[in-house]
Design a protein around this ligand. Structure first.
Ligand code: ADP
Ligand code: MG
Length: 242
């Protein structure tokens, strides 16, 4: 199976803090990979390196044929293929939902207003928010704003979507509606990497679970791995001891 995202022996430090310690990961097309681990284990950094929001010290990262570690990487081309959604939705407050979604397709991809509007309608339908197209972000709940952020990312028609703890700021009910959208995308065959604290969800939806510990891939396997952890560190993490 060909990998759409591949990390080989990736190292990254911030000053004297060695955050990624030789991370290798291969993510096949159409797979959902969940990254779990305690706070500070390097999950967000790993995700940010995939989109080159952080530049790695050594190793290799390939994403959809882009050599992300190369100094001459075409960032625009990379970011057309990679969608990333964070815990904070970062919607533009002065733009409507529809304007938030059509901005990048027009500015970055050069689509006409009509083409971008078609995409906005399609992606908003996908996340169940077509009726909110003319609303402003502040008129929406946190869960709805996060779904708009996902729609905005999908509007660029990425090859792979990265989610960094997108439900951490939401209460359980709103978390559920966002997870449902992610689950739908999984059913559609979208390649996704999600950093998450939702263990039940990871166990059910992920093809592969990656447990990071001290900047390394400590244990990896299918969702069932969370029911039968092999290492003492994953056991401790799952029982809340880490
Ligand atoms: P996680 O997402 O697993 O909680 P992070 O990747 O965010 O972990 O952080 C891992 C470590 O890297 C932490 O010690 C954090 O303080 C540090 N770190 C992350 N980003 C930066 C940055 N931009 N500058 C300095 N240190 C950072
Ligand atoms: Mg993080």
């Amino acid at each position: 199976m060909s990998s759409i995202v591949e990390l080989k022996n990736v190292y990254k430090s911030f000053g004297s803090n060695q955050v990624l310690n030789g991370v290798s990961l291969a993510i096949p097309k159409g797979h959902v990979t969940a990254i779990i681990g305690r706070s500070g284990s390097g999950k967000s950094t790993a995700l940010r390196c995939i989109d080159r929001l952080e530049v790695i010290d050594s190793g290799e990262i390939q994403v959809c044929g882009h050599q992300v570690h190369a100094p001459d990487i075409d960032l625009r081309a990379l970011r057309k293929d990679v969608g990333i959604v964070f815990q904070s939705y970062n919607l533009f407050p002065h733009l409507t939902v529809e304007q938030n979604i059509t901005l990048a397709p027009c500015a970055v991809k050069g689509l006409s207003k009509a083409q971008a509007k078609d995409i906005a309608i399609r992606t908003l339908t996908h996340v169940g928010l077509l009726d909110k197209a003319s609303f402003y972000p502040e008129q929406l709940s946190g869960g709805q704003q996060q779904r708009v952020a996902i729609a905005r990312s999908l509007a660029m028609e990425p090859q792979v979507m990265l989610f960094d703890e997108v439900t951490s700021a939401l209460d359980p009910q709103l978390t559920g509606e966002v997870l449902k959208v992610i689950e739908m995308l999984a059913a559609d065959g979208m390649t996704m990497v999600l950093v998450t604290h939702e263990m039940e969800f990871a166990a059910r939806v992920a093809d592969t679970v990656v447990f990071m510990h001290q900047g390394k891939v400590w244990e990896t396997g299918p969702g069932e791995m969370l029911r039968k952890p092999q290492t003492a560190e994953l056991q401790a993490f799952l029982s809340g001891g880490l």
